[in-house]
Every structure is written in structure tokens, then in C-alpha cells.
Design a protein around this ligand. Structure first.
Ligand SMILES: [Zn+2]
Length: 107
């Protein structure tokens, strides 16, 4: 898995064209487009650098997403725990209620 130089999304290594933005990955098309945007002053070195930056941003984004997911899971877990406790209490109440009724009918 690598990342598109033009849009920065994950693209399979064997893909010649980026499925997201359609840029040809193994030509300088992406660079030319970028050069046009930045006024034509972009060296191969800074391209590699920006690729590294994109990778880093992606990793950070993924970490953020997974930590958000973890947070949500934790919230759901605590909610579930609260529900379970509530259920336990309800079951207990039902049990004692049943017992009381039994005692009443025993009398
Ligand atoms: Zn792309």
C-alpha cells in the first residue's frame, strides 16, 4: 500500500492510476499538476518530503480515528455495564417480589 502523490489517499501498489483522483502514479503528471499550482518551483527532494508529510498526516489521522473508536467503545462498555447493573437490580427486585408473594400465598 502506498499513497497517491496528488491526493494523498491510499492506493494499491500495482495501480497505475489513482482510483481517487485519476492521476497516473508512475509519471510526472502529479508533479506537473503540483508545479503548476505552486508556480513551478518544486524540486524532487521537496516532493519526497511532502510525501513523507502526507504519510505522517495519514498515520496521525488513523491514530486519531482509532482512539476515537476506542473512546466510543469505552463509553458503550460503561453504558452496557450500567445496564447490566440495572438488570441485576431489576432481577433482584423481581425475585424478592416473587418470594414475598410466595410467602403470602403460604400463609
Ligand atoms: Zn490520487
Amino acid at each position: 500500500m502506498s499513497f497517491c502523490r496528488s491526493c494523498g489517499r491510499a492506493v494499491e501498489n500495482e495501480f497505475v492510476f489513482c482510483p481517487w483522483c485519476g492521476v497516473e502514479r508512475f509519471s510526472s503528471a502529479a508533479n506537473t499538476a503540483k508545479n503548476r499550482e505552486s508556480g513551478g518551483v518544486q524540486e524532487p527532494l521537496s516532493n519526497a518530503l511532502s510525501q513523507e508529510l502526507i504519510d505522517e498526516v495519514f498515520i496521525q489521522l488513523e491514530e486519531k480515528q482509532s482512539s476515537n473508536r476506542n473512546k466510543r467503545v469505552r463509553v458503550m462498555e460503561s453504558k452496557l455495564e450500567a445496564l447490566e447493573k440495572e438488570l441485576d437490580t431489576l432481577a433482584l427486585i423481581a425475585e424478592t417480589h416473587e418470594c414475598q408473594q410466595k410467602h403470602k400465598s403460604d400463609d
